[in-house]
Design a protein around this ligand. Structure first.
Ligand code: ADP
Length: 481
């Protein structure tokens, strides 16, 4: 059994979960400990106890430890990508990209640990000076989803440790393998015992402890909107001090294709953005908003391309679309596809569940494309989180922009155009945290802010140097000599 890591020790735990390969359900990746509420409390106590040691660690020592983690991830990228693809089902090239990104993030924050800056100002009062400094926020609960099993943990854990906090990390129960491998690397990197704790388990068993223990000062969460709201309520509704919280939730990201777009660029952006990683990205382009003049050519090209996209075992050579992560998620996708048809959408290609591919039983689903949909349909308003995209016809660029913004989400948005004027206008007016011009809505750099608006996100941005906002707290000191 792969154990939990609490207070610098490995703990087997009373219970365990099988980690099942969605590309071949006969294959059990490993058996992983499931923490109890008491163990989660022990992890918080250990983190709380370690705070003084975390803060005493010099920036250079923190930087060296993070750099060592990043170097090891990069050195073991093939092995870690294979594990990631095996437990989560994303195609191997995507898994490799994700692992490299996790390594780069640790390297980035190794640099940031040395660059924590303050400000010194003259006071409005005579002779006085004012200092603005940043301090660690304290114990941070980190709760992550299954769709990026190593990159999302990396982009929360690395800044938390860089700025001198202690961490209690709970990965998603479906993908404990990559999280465990990352934890094992961190366990040897030189952080004090208790600075980093891993508690694998179900949200309903230990989630409440991670949210409500008064020793937790900050909670960072990526997952569904519903759970995100519970996190927010727990963070502000607790008996003791409220916790700082940061939420990354859903998206219903538009990709606008204008009449003057290069057709091949539009198709490449849409195929990659909507279907890679089996559409299981919060930045996926689930709404393809296409103006009249290019609509029919775009749909025909998409249909041809989708019919040839290889669906199969995530680790098999040539696979582009791996399986859906589990049976429950695939059923949800299938239910949305049926709903789309009932709502009047036209399923032009895909949508069939495949029980066996190349002799392997798995949660396969052919990528589905709807046309003739309208933006008010539920399939265009609710996050599906699978290989399903809907084309919405727009009269012109203004109409397309209005549709793009008519959603309660605001994570990522894209436009495909050869016009500088349109590009500038959409860049300015798309209501999203991230805007892509002639690029897929998914797939972002590791060193710049990530996050959205409206119901997609809450709190400071993640990643890049903006991460300092969440993982530190500001102190203003007045000094009269
Ligand atoms: P997803 O659809 O990505 O699984 P969830 O929001 O259900 O979205 O899960 C994201 C993370 O939140 C997972 O690690 C899950 O275990 C955790 N989680 C689920 N319910 C709770 C809860 N009530 N409190 C805290 N964490 C939870």
């Amino acid at each position: 059994m792969f154990p939990n890591f609490i207070g610098g020790q490995w703990h087997a735990g009373a219970d365990a979960t099988d980690n099942v390969n969605p590309s071949d359900t006969r294959d059990v990746v490993g058996v992983y400990a499931r923490a109890s509420a008491a163990e989660a409390t022990d992890a918080i106590a250990a983190a709380h106890h370690a705070l003084a040691n975390c803060q005493a660690m010099t920036p250079q020592a923190r930087s060296d430890a993070l750099d060592a983690v990043g170097s090891e991830i990069l050195a073991r990228k093939n092995e870690l990508a294979d594990l990631l693809a095996r437990e989560e089902g994303k195609a191997l090239p995507d898994a490799q990209g994700e692992v490299v990104r996790a390594g780069q993030i640790f390297k980035f924050f190794a640099g940031e640990a040395l660059r924590v800056a303050g400000e010194l100002l003259a006071s409005t009062r005579p002779g006085m000076t004012v200092e603005i400094t940043r301090e660690p926020v304290g114990v941070v609960s980190i709760i992550t989803p299954w769709n990026f099993p190593i990159a999302i943990p990396a982009w929360k854990i690395a800044p938390a440790l860089a700025y001198g906090n202690a961490v209690v990390f709970k990965p998603a129960e479906l993908v404990p393998g990559s999280a465990w491998a990352l934890a094992e690397i961190i366990s040897r990197a030189g952080f004090p015992p208790g600075a980093f704790n891993l508690v694998m388990g179900r949200g309903r068993d230990i989630g409440d402890v991670l949210l409500s223990d008064p020793r937790v000062s900050a909670i960072t969460f990526t997952g569904s909107e519903g759970t995100g709201r519970k996190v927010a309520q727990a963070a502000i509704g607790r008996a003791g001090a409220m916790a700082k919280f940061q939420l990354e939730m859903g998206g219903k990201n538009p990709l606008v294709v204008l009449d003057d777009a290069d057709l091949q660029t539009a198709v490449n952006c849409a195929i990659n953005g909507a279907y890679y990683a089996t559409g299981q990205r919060c930045t996926a382009s689930s709404r393809l908003i296409v103006t009249n003049g290019i609509h029919d050519r775009f749909v025909a090209a998409m249909r041809d391309k989708l019919a040839t996209l290889p669906v199969g075992d995530a680790r098999a050579a040539g696979t582009v679309i791996g399986p859906v992560v589990d049976a429950k998620q695939r059923q949800q996708d299938i239910d949305f596809i049926a709903l789309g048809a009932r709502e009047g959408g036209q399923l032009v290609v895909g949508g069939e569940a495949l029980e066996v591919v190349d002799g392997k039983p798995g949660y396969y689903l052919r990528p589905a494309l709807f046309t003739a949909t309208t933006n008010d349909m539920r399939i265009n308003q609710e996050e599906i989180f699978g290989p399903v995209a809907c084309v919405i016809r727009a009269a012109d660029a203004d109409h397309a922009l209005a549709i793009a913004n008519d959603t309660r989400f605001g994570l990522s948005a894209g436009v495909v155009t050869t016009s500088l004027k349109h590009a500038a206008h959409f860049k300015r007016h798309l209501q999203a945290g991230m805007v892509m011009v002639n690029a897929p809505t998914a797939g972002v750099d590791p060193h710049v802010p990530f996050g959205g608006r409206k119901s997609s996100s809450h709190g400071p941005r993640e990643q890049g140097r903006h991460a300092v906002e969440f993982y530190t707290t500001t102190k203003t000191s007045y000094v009269q000599p």
